[in-house]
Design a protein around this ligand. Structure first.
Ligand code: DLL
Length: 444
């Protein structure tokens, strides 16, 4: 089923005309009302969508420098809602919505919910954090628009999540993939069966995750797992989401215009090439953003999708450009390590990367937990047991061939790695001055 067939199945040429009309309105709106854009977009009359590439980028630092209201195109009194990013470093990024912007958000969220199989009358357990983070309220409002009954569980409190799942029997669960996995694992450890919850679909996002993690979640809950993408600066969740074909995420490109650029030079990359996603809002009034550098690495696809939606699609997000690690000259995304680890049945999908930069050469340690069956075979956890030594060696070799880097693999006792209730912290960087960096920052 398609939520808004007129918009989602719009022929490409009509869509481009609409995008161009909306872009012109947005540019005029931003230049007239936001001094920052009046200054930057001066004199740049565009003749068509293709000219967009000539305009300067907007970056997260611009939002920070104009904190809190400097990039708003409406007076704060006209805002219907404010949200903010977690702001792990310094001040948060504040985003504002007019009542009309909230309507756009509900619309795009309704599309991704319906694309994942949600239907009016379903119950949805919403385990995204409610509050300044856009996950909770974004899913909540979109779900109400579709006619779902929402259980506003919010993030955290795994025991209560399990109780609600068992007793209210929702059709769907939405959460970060790492938290959903933690819920399933906790239930299984109590002797319960997550498959018996009867979930029909799971909607996951807000952090990078891989096909391997999708497989783990689908096996755990016995329900298909859909990838939902978004960021607060643009609107929150709902910028893009998967349909039943699950061959990329459909971008709501009648509201948010995507481009892919070279993260280093900013040059536009052709369809099919990987790079940084840049988004221009086409309908937002409170906080129009022109060519916003999301920092997220993906690929744009424009081939038609079997589902009939005509929008551009993006590939599963690989991670953030600033989460890319450089270890011994090798560029590496945590998601690449995840893909390798999750292909090994004898491991649990819980891992952490420790990058030690205190010496002259950075060292990568991959910490991961063996599956319970393996530990049972060893008669309990013993890191020096030949089975575990052999497993560690095999994982090291697999990683070396997949990422081109020899990492130290440390197998840890059951449940010793921290479990996530929001965005998982996958990387710990140890630096010389003893400062420890956690990435990505843990919004709920
Ligand atoms: O995470 C919005 C959201 C909530 C999306 C719930 C999906 C579900 P922020 O806290 O502003 O907003 O973080 C945005 O999270 O730039 C990506 O780096 C990352 N991210 C979001 N969704 C995905 C995803 C929300 N599906 C930042 N895959 C983005 C990979 C994701 N990364």
């Amino acid at each position: 089923m398609i939520w808004n067939p007129a918009a989602e199945r719009m022929p490409r040429t009509a869509r481009e005309t609409l995008q161009w009309e909306r872009l012109r309105v947005t540019l005029a709106w931003a230049t007239e009302r936001v001094p920052f854009y009046a200054e930057r977009l001066r004199g740049g009359a565009l003749r068509g969508l293709a000219d967009l590439a000539a305009l300067p980028f907007t970056r997260k630092s611009d939002l920070r420098e104009h904190y809190p209201f400097g990039l708003l195109a409406v007076p704060p009194g006209e805002l219907a809602r404010l949200h903010a990013s977690s702001g792990t470093k310094g001040k948060p990024t504040v985003v504002g919505y007019t009542a009309g912007d909230l309507d756009v958000w509900r619309e795009v969220m309704a599309r991704v919910l319906v694309a994942a199989g949600a239907r009016a009358g379903d119950t949805l357990q919403n385990a995204f954090g409610y509050g300044l983070f856009t996950g909770g309220l974004g899913f909540h409002d979109g779900a109400e628009r579709v006619g779902l009954s929402v259980v506003p569980a919010s993030s955290g409190n795994t025991a209560r999540q399990i109780l609600l799942l068992q007793d209210l029997r929702p059709a769907g669960l939405c959460a970060t993939p790492s938290f959903a996995l933690h819920i399933a694992e906790t239930l299984a450890a109590q002797g319960g069966d997550p498959r018996a919850l009867g979930l029909r679909y799971g909607l996951y996002g807000a952090e990078p995750w891989t096909e391997g993690l999708r497989g783990a979640l689908e096996r755990a809950f016995g329900a298909p797992a859909y990838d939902i993408y978004g960021l607060s600066e643009i609107v929150g969740p709902g910028v893009a989401g998967e349909c039943e074909a699950r061959e990329g995420l459909h971008v709501a490109d009648d509201h948010f215009l995507p481009e892919i650029v070279d993260p280093a030079t900013g040059a536009v990359r052709p369809v099919g090439e990987q790079g940084e996603l840049v988004l221009t809002t086409l309908t937002k009034r409170a906080l129009p953003l022109i060519r916003y550098r999301t920092g997220d690495i993906t690929t744009l696809r424009d081939a038609p999708c079997a589902c009939g939606r005509t929008s551009a699609r993006i590939a599963r997000l690989k991670g953030r450009a600033d989460d890319m690690l450089i270890v011994k000259g090798v560029n590496l995304y945590p998601s690449e390590v995840e893909s390798t680890l999750l292909a090994v049945d004898e491991l649990l999908p819980h891992y952490q990367l420790v990058v030690d930069r205190t010496g002259t050469l950075a060292r990568l340690e991959v910490q991961v937990e063996p599956a319970p069956a393996v530990i049972e075979r060893c008669g309990g956890f013993d890191a020096s047991h030949p089975t575990l030594l052999d497993l560690g060696r095999r994982v090291r070799e697999r990683l070396a061939s997949a990422i081109g880097l020899t990492a130290q693999v440390t197998l840890l006792p059951p449940r010793s790695l921290p479990r996530s209730e929001g965005k998982a912290v996958r990387v710990i960087e140890k630096r010389a001055a003893d400062a420890v960096d956690l990435k990505p920052g843990g919004a709920p």
